[in-house]
Structure formats: C-alpha cells, structure tokens
Design a protein around this ligand. Structure first.
Ligand SMILES: *[C@@H]1O[C@H](CO)[C@@H](O)[C@H](O)[C@H]1NC(C)=O
Ligand SMILES: *[C@@H]1O[C@H](CO)[C@@H](O)[C@H](O)[C@H]1NC(C)=O
Ligand SMILES: *[C@@H]1O[C@H](CO)[C@@H](O)[C@H](O)[C@H]1NC(C)=O
Ligand SMILES: *[C@@H]1O[C@H](CO)[C@@H](O)[C@H](O)[C@H]1NC(C)=O
Length: 460
C-alpha cells in the first residue's frame, strides 16, 4: 500500500489542481452535488458503494464546485434544518440543527484543493421552506451569513469552515423574499475578502415557477439548469419548441451580473434522474453546439450527483476531462474540439430509467411538469401530443402572411413568433406539415432571433 499512496500524493502535489479550479469567467467548470447519495437510494443493499465522505470527491480535478445538499427546512422562526442523507446525524443539543464537524474538516480539505463548496437551500421531497417577504429574506440572509458563511453563531453546523456561497434550489414554498435574501447576502460579500458564489438550480422549463422573477432581477452568478426530469431535456436539443436554452441564455445576458452563466445540469448516471441521461458521444456533440452557439454565457456542466462518481466513473471523469479540454475561458470557442475523452466506455444509453425513489432531485423534479405548467412545453413530452389544438380547420394563411394554427408549412421544425410585438406569448412550430400553435410560459412573450425564437419577459 505505501507506494500507491506515495504515488497519489506525488501526483496530487504536482498535478493540475490550479488549472481545475472554478473560474467565474470560464466555460469549463464542473459542478456536482454531495450529500444526498442518490446512487445509494437505488442500491440499498450495496452500502460499500454509497456516497463517500465529501473529501473523497476533492482529490482529483473532476469537480470544481461541490454543493452541499441541502437545507431542507427554513423560515424566519426557527433554526434551519439540514439533511445530508447518512453522512451526519448528530444534532446540537436542544435543536433540530445538525452539527457536522467531520464535514467541516472535509470542506477545508476541499477548499485547500481549490474547490468551491456551496450551501444548497431547498430541494424536493418533503422539505418545508419559505421566505415570503423582503423582510424575511433579509432576516434569513443574516442567519445564513452567521451560521454558514463569514459571520459567527452559537450553532455553526460545519464549525469554523466558511462555505463559498449559496445555491437556491427552490421548488416550493413562499418565494417573495429571495431577491432581498440575495441582496442582503451581497452586502456582506461586498466587504469580504473571498469570492462568494450565488447560484440557482431551476428546471429547464422557462420561466422557473418558483424563482421566475427573482432570476430576472437578483444577482446570480451561476444558473444550473436541470435538463432532466422534464420534457425540455437535451434529448430534445434539436426540437426547437421543446428545448428552450435560448431563453436561459437571454436571461443570463440580462442579469445585473455581467458574468452570469448558464450550466447544463445533467444526471450523472442512468438511474440518477427520471430522464435526461445522455450517452457520452451524443452529449459531447450537444454540448459543443451549446458552447459554440452561446459561448459568452456557457459556464460548464453540473452533474446530479456525486454518488455516481465512483459508480459511473468512466462517464463522469470522461465528461469532466472532455469539458476541460474543449470548453475554455474567455469568449472565443476553441478551434479544435476533437480532443478525446480519457475514456468513452459510457454507460447504457437509457433515458427512461425510473426515478430513484430516494433521490431528492428525482422526487422533486418529477413533479415539475405539473408544477411548472406555466409553459406549454412542460406539460407534453412531444409536440405532437401538445394540448394546443392542431385539428381545427384553419385558413392556410392570414392576410398578413404569418402562420396560423393548422395552416400548412413545409419546413419541419421551423418556429415563428405569432407577432413581433414582444408582448405576445404565442408562437408556431412547423410539425408534420402543419403549424402547431404553442405558447411561452405564463408572463413571458415570444421574441425572434434569426430563424429561431426564445421566450422572455415582455417588452415594456
Ligand atoms: C445543489 O444541490 C441542488 C439540489 O439540492 C442542485 O439543484 C443545485 O444545482 C446544486 N448546486 C450546486 C452549486 O451544485
Ligand atoms: C419553520 O422552520 C422550522 C424549522 O426551522 C419548523 O420546525 C417550523 O415548522 C417552520 N414553520 C413553518 C410555519 O413552516
Ligand atoms: C449534548 O449533551 C450531552 C450531555 O450533556 C453531551 O455529552 C453531548 O456532547 C452534547 N452534544 C452536543 C452535540 O453538544
Ligand atoms: C446552433 O447553431 C446552429 C447554426 O445556427 C443551429 O443549426 C443549431 O440548431 C443551434 N443549436 C442549438 C442547440 O441552439
């Protein structure tokens, strides 16, 4: 055993942690979540392969940002309640708040290796959380700063380890206080010596049902868009009316943070989510398209979750090294994107694996199509089964020459806004020779961009 350990240590000392650290201006960041053991949820009889200690995932350059998931109960009346699956079970006496000195130590190990460790709030399953007003947002920001970030508090779950920011995975509860929450945290960040991250993890259906207007106005560094457990996943990348990446790109460009980035959030293994898992070769081609088309906002890839690292390692490490070799920093796409992954022994290409019952992301996000009915695309897996009417006989053209529902069209997949006012949510997609009428999410409008369209907040 001594020699492999020595070899590992030497490798770590000489190798490229510096090159693999998070950078807010780069497009090759790799993000994952730790603390929910989604692999274990579907492999209850194989505890030896369950999610390892946090520090285990900080020993090589696969990941740059790891998110501790998550704080499941919070509001302004009690101490926040955490859940880290089986990793930490001890509570501060007389409270429901975990005390996890072991995780605190691992956080420092990870940070020493150049990783950012971020606290994730919310999630799915049965958590209860709410921030109903700006006043509550400010109050809870003070609590989070004191318990997890640069402040001081009687109950600090990770001791004196100082986390690198917060992530909002808000899927339920009152949500009127999040913009004030972020603004208040940023007043602390402004006078801090280290760089903090504020991220959000909405579903790819745009706009997000919980964080819609917050994402529009509050300072967000990273948007980890969940392209899984919903119909607008990357499997639909060339299906323009089911794949709304353009809307997220437009959102990031409008964020008050000029460096706001969009991350492609994906399942790390075939059973990690209800759908959205994509075999490596296909995924590389898809990511190349997105990076090339949306270079300035492309931040990298986020994988749910760390427990698949050891159990689907060829895929996870292959993807990470490919992203690092092919996505870059600055605004110019690389001329060559042909570098091979270290391994392409990709796992099975199933995209219909059953949700793992204990994966919070799965439980939370399988609910999303119904909870995000704001967008028509969210309720239907396929354009032909859209709830909008296609059968009504209709004239094939209007006097203005634009498409009408049911009218004939020749270019499969063509899309067009119903009008150019910037106020109308309706648009048309050419499907099997007929225009299908669809609609952007509630409160948004359709905009044209070249031969394509996106949904965004309406013009004033
Ligand atoms: C943190 O975890 C949540 C799930 O709880 C996820 O949606 C989010 O993207 C993660 N954030 C980061 C920074 O990885
Ligand atoms: C507020 O959060 C605490 C946990 O911190 C929880 O016990 C309590 O039920 C929550 N209250 C409401 C109204 O959700
Ligand atoms: C809780 O109280 C018991 C008894 O006083 C003590 O042994 C234990 O260390 C305390 N635990 C924590 C987490 O403070
Ligand atoms: C990227 O741009 C190309 C060329 O305009 C286009 O054909 C393709 O559909 C775009 N892909 C995405 C996912 O936007």
């Amino acid at each position: 055993m001594p020699s492999p350990i020595l070899a590992t240590a030497a490798f770590a000392a000489l190798s490229s942690f510096a090159a693999a650290t998070y950078s807010s201006t780069c497009s090759n960041n790799m993000v994952t979540y730790w603390g929910q053991n989604s692999w274990g949820g579907s492999h209850l009889n194989d505890p030896a392969n369950w999610e390892k200690d946090l520090a285990e995932y900080c020993q090589d350059d696969t990941f740059d940002v790891i998110n501790l998931s998550f704080v499941i109960n919070y509001n302004v009346t009690g101490l926040p309640v955490l859940n880290h699956a089986g990793h930490c079970e001890t509570k501060f006496n007389g409270t429901n708040t975990l005390t996890c000195p072991g995780i605190g130590k691992d956080i420092k190990t990870c940070q020493a290796n150049g990783k950012k460790i971020v606290l994730s709030l919310g999630g799915g399953g049965n958590p209860t959380y709410s921030l109903g007003s700006s006043a509550e947002g400010v109050q809870f920001a003070n609590t989070v700063w004191n318990m997890f970030l640069g402040g001081t508090h009687q109950y600090r779950p990770y001791g004196d380890a100082v986390l690198d920011g917060v992530d909002l995975d808000i899927e339920s509860g009152a949500n009127g206080g999040y913009a004030a929450f972020i603004a208040q945290l940023r007043t602390y960040f402004a006078s801090a010596s280290k760089q903090y991250i504020v991220s959000a993890a909405p579903q790819c259906v745009y706009p997000d049902s919980s964080l819609g207007s917050t994402l529009n106005t509050a300072w967000i560094d990273n948007n980890y868009i969940q392209f899984y457990n919903n119909p607008c996943n990357l499997v639909n990348i060339n299906n323009q009316w089911n794949f709304d990446y353009k809307s997220w790109d437009a959102l990031a460009k409008k964020n008050p943070n000029p460096n706001s980035k969009v991350y492609v959030g994906l399942p790390a293994g075939p059973g990690a989510a209800g759908n959205g898992y994509i075999e490596l070769n296909t995924l590389q081609a898809d990511l190349k398209q997105l990076y090339t088309n949306f270079t300035s906002t492309f931040g990298g890839v986020m994988l749910w979750d760390a427990s698949w690292y050891s159990n689907n390692q060829g895929y996870v490490k292959g993807l990470s090294s490919w992203v690092k070799a092919n996505m870059q920093c600055g605004a110019t796409p690389p001329t060559s994107t042909t570098a091979a992954p270290t391994t392409t022994t990709a796992a099975p290409t199933t995209t219909t694996a059953a949700p793992t019952s204990s994966a919070p992301e799965s439980t939370s996000t399988t609910a999303s199509p119904t909870s995000t009915v704001a967008s028509s695309t969210s309720t239907t897996a396929s354009p032909t089964s859209s709830s909008t009417t296609t059968s009504a006989p209709a004239p094939t053209s209007t006097s203005g020459g634009g498409p009408v529902a049911g009218g004939s069209c020749s270019s499969q997949g063509a899309v067009q806004c119903a009008d150019t006012s910037g106020k109308n949510a309706n648009y048309f997609a050419c499907n099997n020779g007929a225009w299908l009428q669809l609609s952007c999410g509630s409160g948004t409008a359709c905009f044209s961009s070249g031969s394509s369209i996106y949904c965004d907040w309406p013009s004033a």
